[in-house]
Design a protein around this ligand. Sequence first.
Ligand code: HEC
Ligand code: HEC
Ligand code: HEC
Length: 88
Amino acid sequence: MKKLVIALMLVAFTFSVAYAADVVTYESKKGNVTFDHKGHSDKMACDKCHEGEPAAIAVDKAGAHKDTCKTCHKTDGGPTKCNDCHKK
Ligand code: HEC
Ligand code: HEC
Ligand code: HEC
């Protein structure tokens, strides 16, 4: 029984990884922002961005300009200038 539960958890985990979006594009008048989810995930742990079981995160302007994106870029070295995220 315990083995079955672990097997099911592995299936669920593999499933969620396989279904996580590779690249997400946010449309903006300032220029579209491309978020390479896979590229980020290859370079850092899931829990840098996800709390608990990884699931969808709502990305809005206020969040993107702070904790969802930019705060980490300031400390860990990603783009922080408008046009480095917003590409026309
Ligand atoms: C770390 C990346 C990043 C940086 C740096 C950044 N933005 Fe954004 N911005 C985003 C993301 C992602 C969204 C989209 C959120 C959404 O889809 O609701 C967004 C949304 C916006 C929006 C709202 C969408 C629209 O077109 O109405 C505006 C305006 C905007 N940004 C302007 C700016 C300006 C001005 C700067 C520089 C001072 C800036 N952004 C810097 C990532 C960034
Ligand atoms: C740099 C931050 C970051 C990292 C690292 C990260 N994610 Fe995400 N993840 C996000 C954001 C932001 C979204 C929401 C994207 C969107 O749909 O707007 C998301 C969405 C997801 C979703 C929902 C996808 C969907 O289509 O609804 C899953 C599942 C997920 N991530 C799993 C993972 C797993 C597993 C890892 C580690 C291997 C991981 N993420 C690493 C930021 C991250
Ligand atoms: C936990 C830290 C972290 C978070 C959160 C994060 N990033 Fe990044 N991001 C990085 C780092 C580190 C780099 C630089 C990677 C490199 O140069 O190898 C980067 C690079 C980028 C780049 C440059 C091109 C690329 O893909 O390498 C873009 C664009 C970008 N991030 C967009 C976003 C957006 C949009 C979000 C929010 C939805 C986000 N990032 C959230 C750490 C983060």
